[in-house]
Design a protein around this ligand. Structure first.
Ligand code: FAD
Length: 449
């Protein structure tokens, strides 16, 4: 068999545990690897700036690693439906393989392509790679999806255990290089994914090494040193006890199967595994509620009387100038590193939504733009969780007090010291008054529910 197999990489920028790539290697024909920057297809959410930075480096790493193994990575920009067909024509591919995606615009593209290419006589195969439990496989007794985490996770655990990760496939095929000569690729730099004027990415460069090898290094290090402490220390932002795997999972540099088995093999932590479970639940929710980033999951929240957003307060929140140490530390950590500790994400999000009375969608968009792990499911899911409008959400009336949260989770002030030592202590709001206003606004929702 000589006509090539096209492997279309998307949110799976890895070689190990990549079922589509492994199946292509097993097919025995030359492989053409493809990555598409799709900013044109209907309904695709434009990537945030920090995501674009990560993507650039992760694609570069994948390209280099595939090249070492004799496989060219073709880069193209455009609507995926058009580009995949063009590459099939140009390369003479007779098979197209990919790992499945679960957001609605992406699913529409993929299913249209699958049926179109199949009716043109191509072999098309898709694989499960990014989730431990694909959304439709987890069902209630009544055959519906879940809207509460605990029974969802119990149901997942009653399913067959997640499969073992696949080893790196043997890729060297003498024909692959020849394909490279006939299929042209864009130059990554021409995609302008990196910020230039100004170049605000110094903090990101300092913090992260995108790419598959660094993801595996971090997983190994986490399991060896941090996992044993995870249950006690995961909520303390200064402890550095969490895995920092989120951007790596978001871009698929490492699979959840690898994370799952590394953790369980090391004696595990039910808590850590259940955090991976929250990621599954966020995707389960997005699959059945595609408008998660724009619409309240609980429709009664459509009646929430959001006032006109206070532009000055919003700016103070974004820049970490609210006068509340833990909020400011979190927002500055986010701006500098593209990441924020989970506890602090909850505190800063709650502050925006409940103390500044600013719509969760505005905060979600800021996180979307600034997080390196900005995830189409986890980000809106968690914002709605904090706002009270989401699946299995925190009750609206449980309003975090950022000062008490700081006392509890940063008792020695180490985190605030690290990120906001020079911030102003001038508070932009009164916690008691704003809490009262938030509960008053919520009464409208309650009355309408
Ligand atoms: P660990 O504690 O080591 O957890 C391991 C993995 O489990 C994470 O890498 C992540 O993939 C998953 N996970 C952990 N907590 C959650 C959670 N609450 N929801 C979904 N998955 C989880 N996570 C994202 O990956 N992308 C986002 O865009 C995102 N936005 C968020 C917005 C808000 C307002 C809040 C409160 C949380 C958000 N989270 C998001 C969830 C969580 O904060 C991050 O996954 C976590 O901080 C990542 O750090 P870690 O990898 O060290 O986590």
């Amino acid at each position: 068999m000589t006509s090539p197999t096209l492997v279309w990489f998307r949110d799976d920028l890895r070689i190990a545990d990549n079922p589509a790539l492994t199946a292509a290697a097993e097919r025995g024909a030359p492989i053409v690897a493809l990555f598409i920057l799709d900013e044109e297809s209907a309904g695709m959410r434009p990537l945030g700036a920090a995501s674009r930075w990560w993507l650039h480096h992760s694609v570069e790493s994948l390209r280099a690693r595939l090249a070492e193994r004799g496989v060219p990575l073709v880069l193209r920009r455009g609507a995926a439906g058009v580009v995949v067909r063009a590459i099939v024509r140009e390369s003479g591919a007779s098979a197209v393989f990919w790992n499945r995606r679960y957001a609605s615009a992406e699913r529409a593209i993929d299913s249209e392509l699958k049926s179109g290419l199949r009716s043109d006589g191509l072999e098309v195969q898709s694989f499960a790679a990014s989730l431990l439990f694909e959304p439709w496989t987890v069902q209630t007794g009544a055959g519906t999806h879940y809207s509460v985490f605990t029974p969802f996770w119990r149901a997942c655990q009653a399913l067959p255990a997640p499969r073992l990760p696949l080893p790196e496939p043997q890729l060297l095929h003498p024909g692959s290089a020849g394909v490279q000569r006939i299929v042209a690729s864009d130059t990554l730099a021409d995609w302008n994914l990196l910020p230039t004027a100004p170049d605000w990415a110094a903090g990101l460069r300092e913090t992260w090494t995108p790419g598959e090898p660094a993801a595996h290094d971090r997983l190994r290090e986490f399991v060896a040193t941090d996992l044993p402490l995870y249950d006690q220390a995961r909520d303390e932002p200064s402890a550095g006890a969490t895995s920092l795997l989120s951007p790596r999972l978001r871009w698929g540099e490492i699979s959840p199967f690898s994370a799952w088995h590394a953790a369980t093999g090391a004696g595990g932590s039910a808590r850590f595994l259940s955090e991976l479970g929250w990621r599954e639940f966020a995707w389960h929710t997005l699959f059945f509620f595609p408008n998660l980033a724009t619409a309240n999951l609980r429709a009664e929240f459509d009646n929430f009387p959001w006032p006109q957003p206070d532009a000055q307060a919003l700016r103070a929140w974004r820049e970490g100038n609210t006068g509340f140490g833990i909020v400011d530390a979190g927002m500055r950590e986010l701006w500098h590193t593209g990441h924020m500790h989970n506890r602090v994400r909850m505190i800063t999000a709650s502050f925006l939504v409940k103390n500044l009375l600013i719509d969760w969608r505005i905060g979600e968009q800021w996180f979307w733009d600034t997080l390196v792990d900005a995830d189409a499911a986890s980000n809106p899911f968690n914002w709605q969780w904090v706002a009270g409008s989401g699946a299995d959400a925190a009750p609206y009336f449980r309003i975090f007090n950022p000062e008490l949260q700081a006392k509890k989770f940063d008792p020695h002030g180490l985190y605030v010291q690290q990120w906001a030592a020079d911030a102003s202590p001038l508070k932009i709001v009164d916690l008691g008054l704003t809490r009262k206003a938030a509960l008053g606004a919520y009464d409208v929702v309650k009355r309408s529910g």
